[in-house]
Design a protein around this ligand. Structure first.
Ligand SMILES: [Zn+2]
Length: 289
C-alpha cells in the first residue's frame, strides 16, 4: 500500500504534469471505486487543474472548485500514460483498470488508476471540499505539518492504551503512516511494536518522534523525482525490516521475524527491538495448542 512518502511523491509527480491542464474526461471503469455521485464525475470535464495536494494517504486533485480525491488502498496504483488509447476501456472482472483520466491536448495523455487482486479498496470521490470525504475529515495531524512537534506527538500518545504499532498506523491519530512505515519507524527507534503507547518514557517518545521524522523524510527523499511507475520498487528497496522476514537485520545481522494477523503481518528485529525475545504470535501459538 502506498503510504505518506509514496503519496507525497505521487503528488509532486502529478502536480508537475497536471497543473494548468484541462481535464477532458474522467471515466470510472470499476464502478464500485466511485464513492460519490453528486457532483457527478462528468462535472470534472472541461475544468482546469489547480493544485494537487496530499491529505494523509489521500491524493487531492483540485480543479475549479471541485476535487477528485483518491485513496489507493492496499493494491491500488497510478499509472501515467503519455498516450491513452482512443477506444473506451472495457470493464471486466479481471481488468485492473478502475478509473481513467484523460487530459485535453493533442497527445491524449493522462493517467489510469489500477487495482490488482480481488479485495477492492481503491476509492475515488468527487467533492466540493476534500473534508467531505469521511476518511479525510477523520485524519489526525500529518507528521509533515510545520506545527507537528514533540509536544504534539506526546499528546497523541498520552492515555493511549493500545500497542504503539497500532497507534502509529491509526489514521485518526496520525495521518499517512501505514503498516510498512510503522515497522520501519519502530525499528529505527529500537522499540517493540507491542509496547503500550501510554507507557513510553520521555526519552522513548523523543526517540520515536525522531525516528518518525527521519524515516519518512528519507523515504520521500529517495522517491523524489521518480516516475509513478518506479515508486513501488523504491519503497520495497528502502525497507530495513518490513517485508524482510527471514533476512538479516541491516543493523545487527539478527534474523528479521514476523508476527501474523488475520489480514496483515508485522516484521521486527528481536535484537534491536525486543531484547532478543521473539514476540508472541497468537496465530502460531493457536496452531501449536
Ligand atoms: Zn537488528
Amino acid at each position: 500500500m502506498p503510504e505518506l512518502p509514496e503519496v507525497e511523491a505521487l503528488t509532486a509527480f502529478l502536480s508537475e504534469r497536471l497543473t494548468g491542464r484541462v481535464i477532458a474526461e474522467v471515466r470510472p471503469v470499476a464502478i464500485s471505486a466511485l464513492k460519490t455521485y453528486d457532483p457527478p464525475v462528468t462535472a470534472l470535464a472541461g475544468l482546469t487543474v489547480g493544485a494537487v495536494v496530499r491529505h494523509g494517504k489521500f491524493l487531492d486533485i483540485g480543479a475549479d472548485g471541485l476535487h477528485l480525491v483518491v485513496h489507493l488502498a492496499r493494491a491500488g496504483w497510478l499509472r501515467w500514460r503519455e498516450h491513452l488509447p482512443e477506444e473506451p476501456p472495457k470493464p471486466g472482472g479481471r481488468n485492473p483498470l478502475a478509473l481513467r483520466v484523460r487530459l485535453e491536448g493533442p497527445d491524449g495523455d493522462g493517467f489510469d488508476l489500477t487495482e490488482a487482486g480481488t479485495k477492492k479498496g481503491l476509492a475515488v470521490y468527487v467533492v466540493r471540499d476534500a473534508e467531505e470525504v469521511p476518511g479525510v475529515a477523520r485524519l489526525g495531524p500529518d507528521p509533515f505539518d510545520p506545527d507537528f512537534d514533540l509536544a504534539r506527538f506526546r499528546s497523541l500518545l498520552g492515555g493511549e492504551r493500545r500497542r504503539i504499532k497500532g497507534v502509529l498506523r491509526d489514521q485518526t491519530v496520525l495521518a499517512g503512516v501505514g503498516n510498512a512505515y510503522s515497522d520501519e519507524v519502530l525499528h529505527v527507534a529500537r522499540m517493540s511494536p507491542y509496547k503500550l503507547a501510554a507507557d513510553l518514557s520521555d526519552e522513548e517518545s523523543a526517540r520515536l518522534f525522531e525516528a518518525l521524522g527521519t524515516t519518512l523524510r528519507e523515504a520521500v527523499e529517495r522517491s523524489r523525482g521518480l516516475a509513478a511507475g518506479e515508486l513501488k520498487a523504491e519503497k520495497k528497496l528502502g525497507m530495513r525490516v518490513h517485508g524482510r522476514t527471514g533476512q538479516p537485520c541491516p543493523v545487527c545481522g539478527d534474523t528479521v521475524r514476523e508476527v501474523s494477523f488475520a489480514d496483515s503481518s508485522l516484521q521486527y528485529c528481536p535484537t534491536c527491538q525486543t531484547g532478543g525475545k521473539p514476540l508472541a504470535d497468537r496465530r502460531l501459538s493457536r496452531l501449536l495448542k
